[in-house]
Design a protein around this ligand. Structure first.
Ligand code: HEM
Length: 399
């Protein structure tokens, strides 16, 4: 029998040094190894432990969908509150409690809300393009475009009043800033929590336009204020980090492939397929953790109760079983059922909104600045290798 504890330095999130969009050769090799190899995993809250690496498309999908494999991070009332350890933070819940909360929030993500937001999103995209144009011809695309657009969308979604937006955005920016000290982060988190508490309180007593108001109108008696605050914090982080990194990294990937950039810029049909392809190709949520709640078999592999699994969304989305012989960027690829938004119980609630944002932001940027290019050598760019959500820390561009 093979020893599943074979030492390995391979991680489920490792990207190629020469191309930060694609899996490293070691990760591809890991995918080709039989079984679910054990890898060392360091977790910010749970410390050092072993995890089974799940890298093949079929296996990752099966694990996502398994009813006895969950996030297993339910809020611990005795531990200090953090962003992840709080009631209402859906990503940490499993089973019926997760379904109960998710149903309430999902009801507020209506097609109608999305339709109402689309013209507004297109307007803020146009405003940011104008501002970039006026202050150019050089800009940091992250600060000037990729971050502020999702940030304003979150404000609108949560029903943050206009007069509060500057403060709210400042606190969100600090929350997402990994260079801040732990103390700064705790103080900022407390301020954010207090603000969210006020927003929830106001939404309970006054008619409110955002999703929190909607959840209160429909389910006010079934949900606590603490859970509503958790919803707000979840939407803030889930909608911010992801979409902004997709806009910046997507633009960069296209600038590295000028013929594909031209196709997205000039052909409306390609622009639509390109969004799905960039989601698959970049797999910015590179990996996710799961834990088995009972002994079980998944895709023919035996997993013991309590074992951790490290799911490589990146490796799965580049698996030939999904992408065929060539997993490289191909904006004309017929969309495939990628796992960039996850799958199963926790599948992204904001995926349609994210698609609307990306469809509004990416082609419009390329059309407004047809000669868009990097303002610094590619080698000088810094990537977010420290985070499970991949991206570029700043992106100086010119036109
Ligand atoms: C391109 C942008 C986005 C990507 C790649 C993305 C990706 C993901 C992924 C992979 C998950 C599943 C996590 C897991 O299984 O543990 C997830 C969950 C979630 N996402 Fe997104 N997301 C994006 C944008 C958004 C936006 C714009 C929102 C809302 C404003 C949002 C809200 C959520 C929520 C609420 C969940 C938790 C669902 C649950 O636990 O039941 N996401 N997202």
């Amino acid at each position: 029998m093979t020893d599943p504890r074979q030492p390995t330095v391979l991680a489920t999130g490792r990207r190629a040094d020469h191309c930060p969009f694609e899996p490293a050769a070691e990760l591809t090799a890991l995918r080709e190894r039989p079984g679910l190899p054990v890898i060392p995993r360091h977790h910010p809250f749970f410390g050092q432990f072993d995890a089974r690496a799940v890298t093949r498309y079929g296996d990752v999908r099966a694990v996502f969908a398994h009813e006895h494999i969950g996030a297993d991070m339910n809020a611990d009332a005795d531990a200090p509150r953090t962003l992840f350890n709080q009631p209402g933070f859906l990503l940490g819940y499993d089973g019926p409690e997760h379904s109960r909360l998710r149903r309430m929030l999902a009801g507020a993500f209506t097609v109608r809300r999305l339709q109402d937001m689309r013209p507004w999103i297109e307007r803020i995209v146009a405003e940011h393009l104008d501002a970039m144009h006026e202050s150019g011809p050089v800009a940091d695309l992250v600060q000037a475009y990729a971050l502020p657009i999702p940030s304003l969308v979150i404000c609108e979604l949560l029903g943050v009043p206009r007069s509060d937006r500057a403060d709210f955005q400042h606190r969100s920016a600090v929350l997402l800033d990994t260079t801040r000290t732990e103390q700064e982060q705790f103080a900022n988190y407390a301020a954010m929590h207090a603000y969210m508490g006020e927003l929830v309180g106001r939404s309970r007593t006054e008619p409110a336009s955002g999703v929190l108001g909607e959840v209160i109108r429909e389910h006010g008696d079934e949900i606590t204020d603490d859970e509503l605050i958790g919803f707000g914090n979840l939407l803030l982080i889930a909608g911010h980090e992801t979409t902004s990194n997709m806009i910046a990294l997507g633009t960069l990937a296209l600038m590295r492939n000028p013929d594909q950039l031209a196709a997205v810029r000039d052909d409306e049909n390609v622009a639509t397929s390109a969004i799905e392809e960039l989601l698959r190709y970049l797999s910015i949520v590179t990996y996710l953790d799961r834990r088995a709640t009972t002994d079980l078999d998944v895709a023919g592999h035996r997993i013991a109760a309590g074992e951790w699994l490290s799911l490589s969304v990146m490796a799965a989305n580049h698996d030939p079983a999904l992408a065929g012989g060539n997993a490289g960027l191909d904006v004309r690829r017929k969309p495939v059922p990628h796992l960039a938004f996850g799958f199963g119980a926790h599948q992204c609630l904001g995926q349609q909104l994210a698609r609307v944002e990306l469809k509004a932001a990416l082609p419009a940027l390329l059309r407004r600045f047809p000669a868009l290019r990097l303002a610094v050598p590619f080698e000088q760019l810094e990537f977010r290798t420290f985070s499970p959500i991949h991206g570029v820390t700043s992106l100086p561009v010119t036109w």
